[in-house]
Ligand binder design. Structure first.
Ligand SMILES: Cc1ncc(COP(=O)(O)O)c(C=O)c1O
Length: 367
């Protein structure tokens, strides 16, 4: 099979299951339990009424969506990039910004797509251990601080090729203070630092205001969680005009029309409805705070989450067993069979009724 030697072989990312049984309470992929804004429904009806527009290619700059984001965040449109979910934006960012040959640094426990993209693009990388509280140690990402970054430089003889981490982190939910994040960005002017803010709206401080101060900062966000639009696939990034320019050059060298017409139209409608967005975020946050108290009452241990999920373990039951028992009760959460976290479950925050059902199931399982 000689042709196979020319094939790019990769071990793909494994996304959370999409169960077919409608009775299952689905809390495994951090989707929003509420529907999108009713403005999205109105936009969908308009699209149906003018479906002939689907004959044409979409606006390759997604201008209405970019402008809506510009208005909401008070960011110049030239500093905004949009894509097919933040996965697309992040994949394009790995391709664009991490190609200098130096190792890219990210935490050992983090979004498990990072190492997949690094492998796909043949980018060297180092997974830096979080501390025992699942917190990121800023000194590991700062030159001369005696941490992981210094070790990488010593070992490879090259400066780091980039840094990426989510804030709050996934799957832990732990948020880092903005001062620490700024310190990391400031100390690494020779590489791009990407802050993946997929869950930032649920309580962490955003690094967005720092894009005007640091040319090497890219902030990536998504409509999949706090805007309840995972099904449409919309992600965005904010950075200096120069940084965004490079990202656009890569995108237009890859696929001009990444975002389709429905995503641009419906995403624009969602971005314009700020009050509904704030409403559903605050509902998820209040359910999360109630759920944390219940988990504590049941004896669970978990790092304090600022995201729309909680990452918890129970000292009396292995994670795999708890996962299977919840599944038997038609509750689907996320389990990662990986070192350091194989006793933890990542439980997405659903509606109050769904979370009451989870608590009841846990009470029954744990006796
Ligand atoms: C940390 C993090 N970043 C990015 C994503 C990708 O989200 P999407 O492609 O739906 O925008 C996820 C999805 O779960 C995530 O957990």
């Amino acid at each position: 099979m000689s042709w196979e030697k020319n094939v790019r072989k990769v071990e793909p990312y494994v996304a959370g299951e999409q169960p077919k049984d409608p009775e299952i309470i689905k809390l495994n992929t951090n989707e929003c339990p509420y529907p999108p804004s009713s403005a999205v429904r109105v936009a969908a009806i308009q699209l149906a009424d003018h479906y002939d527009r689907l004959r044409l290619y979409p606006d390759m700059d997604a201008t209405t969506l970019v402008n809506a984001l510009s208005e909401y965040y008070h960011v110049d449109p030239a500093k905004i990039f949009v894509g097919v979910g933040s996965d697309d934006v992040l994949a394009m960012s790995f391709l664009t910004f991490f190609c200098g040959g130096g190792s890219v640094l990210f935490p050992d426990i983090t979004y498990s797509f990072y190492d997949v993209w690094a492998e796909l693009y043949r980018i060297p990388y180092v997974q830096v251990p979080l501390d025992e509280k699942f917190e990121l140690r800023p000194q590991d990402y700062i030159s001369g601080a005696g941490g992981a970054l210094d070790e990488v430089v010593k070992k490879t003889g090259t400066e780091p090729g980039g840094i990426i981490f989510p804030n709050p982190n996934a799957p832990t939910g732990v948020a880092q203070p903005l001062e620490q994040i700024e310190e990391i960005i400031k100390s690494n002017p020779d590489c791009v630092v990407i802050v993946d803010e997929a869950y930032v709206d649920f309580g962490a401080p955003s690094a967005l205001p720092l894009i005007d101060k640091y040319e090497n900062l890219l902030v990536v966000q998504t409509f999949s969680k706090s805007r309840a639009m995972a099904g449409l696939r919309i992600g965005c990034a904010f950075g200096s005009e120069k940084l965004i320019g490079y990202l656009k050059d890569a995108k237009f060298s890859f696929n001009s029309y990444t975002m389709n017409l429905p995503a641009i139209m419906l995403g624009t409608a969602a971005a314009k409805d700020a009050s509904y967005f704030r409403d559903i975020v605050s509902k998820v946050v209040s359910t999360r705070e109630w759920f944390k108290k219940e988990l504590t009452r049941l004896g669970f241990e978990f790092p304090d989450s600022q995201a729309n999920f909680v990452f918890a373990r129970h000292p009396q039951m292995p994670g795999a067993e708890l996962f299977a028992k919840l599944r038997d009760k038609k509750i689907c959460v996320r389990y990662f069979n990986k070192p350091r976290i194989n006793d933890y479950l990542r439980i997405t925050i659903g509606t109050d009724a769904q979370m009451r059902a989870v608590v009841k199931a846990l009470e029954e399982i744990l006796g």
